[in-house]
Design a protein around this ligand. Sequence first.
Ligand code: PLP
Length: 437
Amino acid sequence: MSFACPASWPVTGGGRAPELTGARRLAACAPREDTRPCTAVTDAPRRLGTLAVHAGEPRPQPGDAVVAPIACTATYSFRDTAELRDHFEGRVTRDEYGRYGNPTVSVAERKLAALEGAEDCALFASGMAAITTALFALLRPGQHVILGADGYRRTRQFVVDFLGRYGVEHTTVEPGDHAAIAAAIVPGKTRVLLTESPTNPYLRVADLAALAQLRRPHRGLKLLIDSTFATPINQRPLSQGADLVLHSGTKYLGGHNDLLAGAVCGDAALVGAIRELRGLLGGVLDPHAAYLLDRGLKTLELRVLRQNATGQRVAEFLAGHPAVAAVFYPGLPDHPDHAVARAHMRGFGGVVSFLIRGDEATTSRFIDRCTIPRIGPSLGGVESLIEQPALMSFYELSSEQRRAVGIRDELVRLSLGVEDPDDLLADLERALAGIAP
Ligand code: PLP
C-alpha cells in the first residue's frame, strides 16, 4: 500500500500550494509498505522563513531522513503492465522518465511554488532555459512581445534577435514608461509583456500593480516578471497581478555560486503547458542541482535579509564617496523608482551598480584593488562578486556600441555576498582611495 502524506505546507496568502501533484509524485518514491500516518500536517499558515525550510518536503521522508534525498535516476520502473496502464490513463500520478520529472526536482519545485505563492513551479537547467521555454510555450508566429529595455543581455538577445526568426515581433520600452507600454500593446497580437524587476544592471523597479492594470483589458496578454534580483523574500509578483514569475535560480535562490537553475512559477494551467514543452525541449534540472537548490532555498531568507542590509549600507557609502560619480540602487532616495520600491518591496537587494569617476582604465584599477569581491559574472551568492560590464558581458562591443545599449565603460556591478559588512566597506574604501583623482 502506498503512503499518502500531503507533501507541502500551506502557503501564506494567495495561491494554492501544489501539494496534490507533488504528494502523489513523492508517494512513488516512498516505501510502498509504509502505512504510518503523517502526524505533522497542519493547516496553520506559515511565513516565508518556515516555508523555505520545510515546504515541499514529504513527512516522513523516505528512510525517515530529515533531508530530502537525491533521486539519482534517469528512469523509473513499473511493477507490472497494470501499473503502467494506471499511469498513462491518469489513475496514478508518478514519475516515468527523467525528462518529465524527478522526485528531488519536485521537492524544490514545491518549495519555490510555496515561497512565490504560486499554484505550481517548473524548474529548468538554467534561467535561460526557463525564459526561452516559457516564451516558446506562450508565443506563436505573428504575435508580439513587449520587453523592458534594461535587462539581462541574453534575454534581450533572445527576444530581439532570435524570436524574429519565428515570426514573433517585439517592442522594447524604457522601464517605468507606462504610456509607451500602453501605446505598444497591439490588441489581439501582443501576448507577452516581459520585464525584470529589479533590472540588470540598473536596478529599475517596475510598478507591478500598474503593469497588471495596463494589461487587464487585453485578454491573452500575459505579464511575465523576471524576479531574479528580488527573490520571493523581497517581492511576490503573483500577488500583484503578474501571470508568471521567472528566476535564474543560479543567483540568490541557489545562493552559493555552485549551480545553474531556472524557474517558472504561476498558475497550474500555464506552468503545466510550459512543463509539457520542457519535456520536449529537454532543459530539465539535474537532481543533484535540485538538491543543492533545495538546500540553498532553506537559508534564502537569512541570506537575502543580510544582503539587503549590506546593499543599503554600501550604496549609501558609495553615494557619498568623491571617486564615485553615480550610484544605482532602489534603496537610495534619488533612484527613479525609490517610491515604488519602498511601497512594494521588503528590501532592495544585494546588488549595487555605480559609475566610477574616471575612465575604463580607472574603473579596472578600482576593481583590481578590491580584495574581498571576486571578479566574475553572476550575482546573488554568498561570495561577493564584482564586474565591469563593459569588460564582461559586453566585451566584444566597441565603447560606442556599449553606450548605445546603455553600458558605460565606468559602470561597475557589485553583488554583495554574506561576508561581514564592515570588512566589505573597508575593502571598498581602500580600493577607492587608491584611484582617487
Ligand atoms: N535573468 C536575469 C535577471 C539574469 O541576470 C540572468 C543571468 O545573469 C538570467 C536571467 C539567466 O540566468 P542563467 O544564467 O541561470 O541562465
